[in-house]
Structure formats: C-alpha cells, structure tokens
Design a protein around this ligand. Structure first.
Ligand SMILES: Nc1nc2c([nH]c(=O)n2[C@H]2C[C@H](O)[C@@H](COP(=O)(O)OP(=O)(O)OP(=O)(O)O)O2)c(=O)[nH]1
Ligand SMILES: [Mg+2]
Length: 155
C-alpha cells in the first residue's frame, strides 16, 4: 500500500470560519406571529423569531421543535418548511455567515402562554399582529418582509 501523504502541519493561522445553519420558526396564531426582543450580541434589541442553530444529525422539524421548546416552553405542530436565506453580515467587527432555514408551525395548545426560558438571550415573547409588527425587526427578517414574504398559508 502506498504511503499516505504526510499531514500538513498547520501554521499558527486559525482555521477560516465556516457558515452555520440557523433554523427560525414563524409560530402562527390566527394572524399573529410570536416574536421576542433579542438580547444576544447578534441582532441585539431587534425583534426576532424563536430559533437557533441546527445540531448535528437533526432534521429542520426537530430543530424547530427543540428551539421553540427551549426558548418558550411551547410545543408546536404542523411544522413545515417555508424558505431559506443566506445571511452574511459583520457584527461587532466579526464576520458572520448563517444560512437560515425558515419554518412555520402552530402551537399545539392555543391557550398555552409562551414563557421566557432564556432571559439572557431574549427580553420576552409576545404575539404580534402581522399588520402591526414591532420595530426594529431582526435584519434577516426585515429584508424578507421588505421583499413581500408572508409566512401564512394561502388558501
Ligand atoms: N432566532 C432567530 N434566528 C434567526 C432569525 N433570522 C435569522 O436569519 N436567524 C439566524 C441568525 C441567528 O444567529 C441564527 C441562530 O439563531 P439564534 O441566534 O437565536 O441562536 P441561539 O443562540 O438561540 O441558538 P444556539 O446557538 O443555542 O443553538 O439564525 C430569526 O428571526 N430568529
Ligand atoms: Mg435563539
């Protein structure tokens, strides 16, 4: 058997950053959507959907259910894929690249109130009328809306 080429010993340079995969969930109740004001460094003080990063081996639906449960305590159902966006931005001098998968879902129990289970990341969750959304929205969300995106099913 031929010898494997010797592994190149890396120099002191850190490895280049890689894109991450985010999953964000339009949780819908009538004409309302669940939003919370972010306290995380990315998009601080802007209103965003519940969501987070895809874990190794997870489906988009599993990630959506896990993140919504971790952040709000709500169980979701009728989870469906909507769209994907490619977000490259610079935050506090740090380049960030996130491919974000947007899902929609409805709460399993319409009477269950969202809880703020990660208060270090979010100021609190509330339902907002689609026609009267709070400002400012998280950048990637704002751009989608400016392009006329709607998460509601067309029937
Ligand atoms: N939560 C959320 N993330 C979004 C939205 N739009 C969007 O592009 N993303 C992207 C950028 C976020 O940095 C990325 C991951 O979400 P996140 O920032 O809430 O992550 P997290 O700390 O809750 O998750 P984790 O690292 O603990 O898994 O998804 C949105 O409306 N809400
Ligand atoms: Mg999150």
């Amino acid at each position: 058997m031929e010898n494997e080429p010797a592994l190149e010993v890396s120099s002191s340079q850190p490895p280049p950053p890689k894109p991450k995969v985010g999953v964000a969930v339009f949780l819908l109740k009538g004409n309302k959507v669940l939003l919370g004001r972010r306290l995380s460094s990315v998009g601080r003080n802007t209103f965003a959907l519940p969501g987070g990063h895809l874990e190794f081996g997870e489906s988009f639906e599993e990630c959506a259910a896990r993140e919504v449960k971790e952040e709000t305590g709500l169980e979701i159902e009728k989870t469906e894929y909507l769209t994907v966006t490619n977000n490259v931005f610079s935050q506090e001098g740090k380049a960030t690249h996130i491919v974000c998968v947007f899902m929609r879902a409805v709460p399993a129990d319409l009477n269950q109130q969202p809880q703020n289970l990660e208060p270090e990341k979010c100021d609190g969750w509330d339902w907002y009328d689609w026609d009267d959304l709070p400002k400012p929205l998280f950048g990637p969300l704002e751009i989608m809306l400016q392009h006329g995106f709607s998460p509601f099913p067309t029937t």
